[in-house]
Ligand binder design. Structure first.
Ligand code: MN
Length: 129
């Protein structure tokens, strides 16, 4: 098992980024952050995080483009990828899953739900090595 777990959060909204960073760190998990998709992809390759949380509406590359870039890289494609989205229609959610996201969380972020999902995914990741 790795000595610590690390989550990469890609989010351009400062308030959401601050909230998610706080919640992940409160679970004892290290956080790396990026405010746009390009930087997020760089950090994903550099840090090989245990989990990636990605906003859908981002400047430059959007979340869908980030997802397809991550899933096209053999060394990154198995990292669980969670969308954070204000897209609320059922078709939007299906599209997220079809385009490479493994899970999604709807905005506004509900702290208990967010923390429970992230903790469950991290526990599973630890178990699978
Ligand atoms: Mn955004």
């Amino acid at each position: 098992m790795k000595p610590h777990m690390e989550v990469l959060i890609i989010e351009d909204n400062r308030i959401n980024l601050k909230l998610m960073t706080y919640l992940v760190q409160a679970a004892g998990i290290a956080v790396t952050t990026a405010a746009d998709g390009e930087r997020g992809l760089e950090l994903a390759a550099l840090r090989r995080p245990d989990l990636i949380i990605c906003d859908v509406c981002l400047p430059g590359l959007d979340g869908f483009q980030v997802a397809s870039a991550l899933k096209a890289q053999p060394e990154l494609k198995d990292i669980p990828l969670v969308a954070v989205t204000a897209l609320a229609m059922p078709g939007d959610r299906e599209r997220l899953l079809q385009e490479g996201f493994d899970y999604y969380i709807c905005k506004p972020i509900e702290p208990e739900h967010f923390s429970a999902l992230i903790s469950a995914l991290i526990v599973r990741r630890k178990r699978n090595g």
